[in-house]
Structure formats: C-alpha cells, structure tokens
Design a binder for this molecule. Structure first.
Ligand code: ADP
Ligand code: MG
Length: 591
C-alpha cells in the first residue's frame, strides 16, 4: 500500500464496488490497451487528450477529469472533460501560475489553491510527508468542502480543508504523469461525492498515470514522425519539380508553391505563395491572413523574396504559434531550396545571354570584314569617278547642263565616299588617334550644337556630368562621333518632344556615358538588329542605318562596350563603357 495511513483525517474513504466484477488486473489491462491504442493513431494532442481524459473519466466514474501537459518550462496545456453534456471538454494553453516560485505549498490546507497545487505536484515541490500526499507524490483529498462553505455551520473544525476549486468537488486526486524520472504532466480526477476514491483506486490510477506517460510520448512520436514524413515528401517533391528539364522558371516556382499546403498540418485551410523579385506565385485559394508564417529567400546576402504559408482561419495554439516547430523549420528549408534554384536559374540565364552576345558580336565582326572588303574595292573606282568628274569639269566651254551634271556626279561621289568611310570605321579599318581627354568636355562641345535643335523640337536637354571626372585616353573625334550619332537618334525618336539626358560617370576601371530619351523605344526584335550596318527604320533622307554600326565599331576599337535598355513607347538609354585600360590593345591605351 502506497499511502500514508497514519493520517487520521481521511476516515470517510471507502472501497468502491466494481459492478463488472472484473478484478483490478483485468481492468488495468483494458484501460492500458485503450490508452495505448489512441496513442498509436497519431492523433494531434488536441484530439488525443480529450479522448484519453474521457476514457479515464468514464472508467473512474468521477465527475470530471483534467490532463495537464507541460509545455516548455512555464506553460501547460490543459484538457478538461466533465460529465456535462454541453461543451464536453475544454483545451487551452496556460502559463504556470507559479512562475519561478519554488516555495512549497502551505501546510495549512485552508490556504490551498488548486492551480498552484497542481503546479507543485508537477514540479515535485510538494512535501511527501504532507498528510494529503502519497509516497508517489500524488495529492489525494476525500473530504473537501466547497469554498462557499468556509463560513459554514459552527463547529466545523479548522482541519477541514477548503480548496478553491471553482466547483463543488469533494474528492480530488492529482496524479503526476511521469516519463522515466521526469514529470511531464498531471492527471486530475474530481468527484462531487464524499470519500469517492479508495486507497486501491489511488494505487490503480497512479499506475495508469505511469502508462499515460508512455502513451503521451508515443503519441508525440507518432505526430512527429508523420510531420517528418510530410516534410521529406515536400522536399523530395521540390527536388523533383526543380529537376524538370523542360519546365520554365515560372512553372517550377508555381510547382513548388503547390507542394506546400499538403505539408502543413491543416492542408484544407492552408494556402501559400512565393514572392520573387516582386513577382508573386500563389496557390489558387490564396488570401492574406494574420495566421501566417514567412521565411526570406536570400541570395548572396540579399533578400530577393519570401515564402509565405497562411492559415485561412485561426487554429488552436499548438506550440508557440499556430504552427508546429517542424513547420517553421520546413518553411526555412523551402526558402533555402528556392534560393538555390533561383541562383542556378539566374546563372543559366546569364550564360545564355552571354552566348547570345558573343554570337551577335561574331555576326557583326563578319559583316564588318565583308563591309570593309567591299568598301576597299569600291574606294578605288569611286576615286576615279570623282577624279574624272572634277577633271571634266575643268574643260572649257562646257554646256551649262553638262556642268550641272558633272557637279551632281561629284557630290554623289563625295557622299558615297562618306558612306565608305563610315563602313571602314565600323569595320575598324581606321585606327583611332588617341589622346588623354576629359569626356565632359567632349559632351559639352558635342551637345552645344544640338541645343537650338532640341529647343525647336520641344526637347528638354538634361546634363548630368560627374564632377572630377578623370581623363581617359581615347580618340576624341571618334568619341564625339559616337555621342553625335546617339544624340541624333535620340532626337529623332522624340518627334513629339520629350527629355534628353546625357550623363557621365566613372568607376576605378572605366568611364561611362549614357544618352537617354523618352521617345518611341524599341521592341526586342528591333533592338536585336540596330547595330547591323544599313539597318534603318527611317526614311531615305533621314537615316542610312550606319549610325549605330559606326558607334559599335568605335566603341569596340576602344575596348569598350555599349548596352541598350529600351521599352517600346517609353524610351531608350544607350550606355557606353570605356575602360581606362584596353585589354585588346594594351600598349595603345597606356599612351
Ligand atoms: P539610322 O538612325 O540611320 O536609322 P542607326 O544605326 O543610327 O541608323 O539606327 C538604326 C535604327 O535603330 C534606327 O532606324 C531606329 O529604328 C533604331 N534606333 C536607334 N536609336 C534609337 C532610339 N534612341 N530610339 C528608338 N529607336 C532607335
Ligand atoms: Mg542614326
């Protein structure tokens, strides 16, 4: 017998008669079986505890049971079950009223407070020699009176304990639930009847409470296992989605989003979205909700977006938030996977774009060679035409008409020679004559000639020239040509007026200048072809299609590069980068 029998206070205890006629061992076996069966089902704690409480309540025949489970160091989950029909059970997370307090409960039973008492039982800070405490650390009182009865009939001895139970329970047992030496919770049995629990009952339920410890840890392991499986399934699914060779970036991110809700505890009310670079990928049912979990997607120390999982309605608190700890780590893993994929996709895209640029440069170089060859071949006969025309013009007494025709031949040949010169610049046949210059000067001189034209066309001219721009060794005539060609194009792109911005800037390695307009802009197809010689969208007298070809030739011969950003209907920006040190012709640029 595990009860301190020396106390004379529990005289009303009685042995209850079990109508089923089964002995304790049989009953114990049946109840254990039932508890363990629940625990093997992998129910969530909020479903598991009420079932177990109710099973024990029915078995004991008492009015109410309550199970407390420790959560962290200072909180308890409480699940109470009563006989009442309505609201058969409640389930809440409550901070331990003791806090850090460790002083044992008062000896005077009149000062007992159930809440605190329960916490003392769980903490083991209750005196085992206390008359109401068993050697296994349970609290057992069979003869309580209602708190209201404290000023009851005279003659009531001060020994009658008064518990603030918030209900008229006369018999109460508080049993610690232990798992291997550690106390993980408490089982409460309460009856309105006097002397309801016998010593045998206490012994019996102390054993049951030990089994309950095992059942609880089993239940927890089951849930944990199931969540782990969901997590692994989700991550495996992501690995498979990402490995699809044919899928586009958007399809893959959308595929990942779809895998998220099933991995969460309540898939039916879960929705998810991934936001990457401002682009949102969401499940169909996505709505904003306060019950959300977010993890940042970080690439190279920069936040490029986030993964968000949302419950559409509030769910009972399961851990510290509405989400499980495993779910918090899962969403972080998903964000990491997305970051890795994003990085890879970006690298792939850069590679493709680089290859495209190389192909483009290669094509331009081939055309350049061809153009240079043709230009060279034409230069000689053209020189002859010009020479003979000029010679013929000198003959005396030419009829006026013939003289006019000869002049036309002369000016047409000069025009053709201009074109050939441009072609040769494009083909880099004319070597640049380099000298150190300040690019701001070139810009100021070049722009000067356009001021009047811009004013007439309703174009606002904006200069953003970097102060302290270092000098750079370039061919000033050629760079001026680049600027003029870009500015002419920009003005032509703004027939209705707009803003023309010329900007200069410098880094350690290069000087950069840009010409930006708010004009027509270009489509992708158009943009791909603008550097080809003779490509033009303009009327015959407006453009030859050689402007940008020449620009390209000059910039390339300076070891630089030219970038185009454009949007149809919005405008265009050409950026020219000129390195201080030309890797192609190292000796020249050092001059
Ligand atoms: P051209 O100006 O003689 O047509 P370019 O080589 O200078 O030849 O330009 C080629 C084509 O590129 C132009 O016909 C035009 O379609 C397009 N383009 C060039 N610059 C711009 C710009 N700033 N805005 C819109 N389109 C442009
Ligand atoms: Mg042009």
């Amino acid at each position: 017998m595990s009860i301190d029998e020396t106390s004379g206070k529990r005289t009303q205890r009685s042995e209850r008669f079990d109508p089923s006629g089964r002995d304790d061992v049989e009953q114990f076996r049946d109840l254990c079986y039932e508890l363990l069966r629940y625990s093997a089902r992998g129910l969530l704690r909020k479903d598991f505890l009420p079932r177990v409480s109710e099973t024990i309540r029915r078995h004991s025949g008492c009015h109410a049971t309550e199970i407390w489970v420790k959560e962290g160091s200072d909180k308890h989950f409480r699940c109470s079950v009563t006989e009442a029909k309505k609201m058969p059970f409640g389930f809440i997370l409550v901070p331990c009223p003791l806090g850090e307090e460790t002083t044992p409960p008062p000896d005077d039973p009149n000062e007992f407070d159930t809440e605190k008492l329960c916490c003392h039982v769980i903490k083991g800070s209750i005196d085992r020699l206390h008359p109401y405490v068993t050697v296994r650390g349970s609290f057992w009182a069979n003869d309580l009176v209602d708190a209201k009865g404290s000023d009851g009939p005279a003659g009531q001895t001060s020994q009658t304990p008064i518990l603030r139970l918030g209900g008229p329970y006369k018999s109460v047992v508080l049993l610690p639930i232990r798992l291997e030496e550690e106390c993980i919770g408490l089982l409460q049995l309460k009856s309105k009847k006097d002397a309801f629990f016998s010593a045998r009952d206490i012994d019996f339920y102390e054993d049951i409470s030990a089994v309950l410890g095992v059942a609880l840890s089993h239940q927890y392991a089951q849930v944990e296992l199931r969540e782990r499986i969901k997590e692994i399934t989700c991550l495996y699914g992501i690995a498979r989605v990402v490995a699809q060779p044919e899928a586009s970036f958007d399809e893959i991110i959308q595929g990942i989003v779809r895998l998220l809700p099933p991995a969460w505890l309540y898939p039916e009310i879960t929705c998810a979205r991934i936001v990457l670079n401002g682009q949102s990928y969401a499940t169909e049912n996505f709505r904003e909700s306060p019950y959300r979990q977010v993890s940042d997607i970080v690439v190279e120390n920069k936040r490029v977006g986030f993964v968000e999982v949302v419950y559409l309605e509030n769910k009972l608190t399961l851990d510290e938030g509405p989400f499980l700890a495993e779910e918090r780590s899962l969403i972080d893993s998903v964000a990491r996977e997305v970051a890795i994929y994003y990085e890879r996709a970006k690298a792939e895209e850069e590679k493709t774009s680089l290859q495209e640029q190389l192909r483009h440069a290669d094509r331009l170089a081939t055309i350049g060679q061809l153009a240079a060859g043709v230009a060279h071949e034409l230069n000689e006969p053209l020189g002859n035409i010009l020479g003979f025309a000029q010679l013929a013009k000198k003959s005396p007494e030419l009829p006026a008409q013939v003289e006019k025709d000869l002049e036309n031949i002369e000016s047409a040949s000069l025009n053709a020679r201009e074109i050939i010169k441009k072609l040769m610049t494009f083909a880099r046949q004319l070597p640049p004559k380099k000298e150190p210059v300040n690019l701001n000067d070139i810009v100021n001189d070049g722009i000067y000639f356009f001021e009047a034209r811009c004013m007439k066309a309703g174009i606002k001219l904006v200069r953003r020239l970097a102060a302290d721009l270092p000098e750079i060794t370039v061919d000033p005539g050629q760079i001026n040509q680049v600027l003029v060609n870009l500015v002419v194009n920009a003005i032509q792109a703004m027939p209705q007026g707009g803003t023309l911005t010329v900007e200069t800037s410098a880094t350690k390695a290069e000087i950069c200048f840009s010409v930006e307009d708010t004009g027509t802009g270009m489509t992708e197809e158009l943009k791909d072809r603008i550097f080809l010689p003779f490509f033009t969208t303009k009327d015959v007298d407006e453009g030859t299609g050689l402007g940008l070809a020449v620009v390209h030739g000059i910039v390339t011969s300076h070891g630089g590069k030219i970038l185009v950003e454009t949007k149809a209907g919005k405008g265009t920006r050409f950026r020219v980068h000129l390195p201080f040190f030309n890797p192609e012709k190292p000796d020249e640029s050092k001059a």
